[in-house]
Design a protein around this ligand. Structure first.
Ligand SMILES: [Zn+2]
Length: 231
């Protein structure tokens, strides 16, 4: 356990072991399942709506976090959140907002969709906790890379993507300032694109429970690492 926890709770009259458990258990993550039943997001190469991929991955991230005593507030899992700012409204009080998505490409690149692969992470400079948002996104990206995944990179490209500038190029983090779930959140916020569903091979990987488990473990590990850095 991290020694840095000790000074913050030094005045409490409980044992050190209890202190550590209390500190970890006090964190709560709002885990947002991207899209909803009526508008389920990207349609994958084989015809499956993104919402189903988002729900499956979010449920695994939730299980991973809860296994490590991080509380999770799941948002949108019933597919009934049509208004984006209701997601961040209902996340109030959480320490971090993490929105789970899967990616596509611009329509003109769909015929070449198999060229595009990898994860992407987005944060907004309009979020009130930009430094923490970046720290959490970087930690998630670093853990995903450590688990063998590669940042997609194309969102930063003016031709292939949308010229979204890098906030942390090595870890695949982009600025997306107008992103509703990052801009309207009162807490730090990160949007995760797990992989590119319109790429046939990547879609197969995203459907593989073993791959999904590794992505979920990496996301949860990055979240825990960045939350552990603050009292
Ligand atoms: Zn999406």
């Amino acid at each position: 356990m991290r020694k840095t926890w000790i000074p913050a709770f030094a005045g409490m009259t409980i044992s050190l072991g209890m202190t550590i458990v209390f500190a970890v258990a006090a964190k709560e993550v709002a885990l947002d399942v991207g899209h909803y039943a009526a508008e389920p997001g990207v349609i994958s190469a084989s015809g499956i709506p993104e919402f189903e991929f988002n729900l499956a991955l979010a449920n695994e991230v939730k299980a991973e976090l809860e296994r490590h005593r991080v509380a999770v507030r799941l948002i949108g899992e019933r597919g009934d959140y049509a208004v984006l700012h209701h997601r961040t409204r209902d996340a109030r009080g959480a320490d971090l907002f993490v929105s789970i998505h899967h990616d596509s490409v611009q329509e003109r690149w769909l015929p070449q969709a198999d060229r595009f692969a990898g994860f992407s992470l987005f944060i907004s400079r309009q979020n009130p906790q930009l430094a923490k948002s970046l720290a959490c996104a970087s930690a998630i990206g670093a853990k995903l890379r450590g688990a063998g995944f590669t940042p997609s990179r194309y969102h930063a490209d003016s031709v292939l993507g949308e010229s979204r500038p890098f906030a942390d190029e090595a870890n695949g983090v982009h600025y997306y300032d107008n992103l509703a779930v990052a801009r309207t959140a009162t807490m730090a916020s990160v949007l995760v694109e797990g992989g590119v569903l319109v790429n046939r091979e990547e879609e197969r990987r995203m459907r593989d429970p073993e791959v999904r488990g590794r992505i979920a473990a990496a996301v949860a590990s990055g979240v825990r690492e960045c939350l552990a850095k603050e009292p």
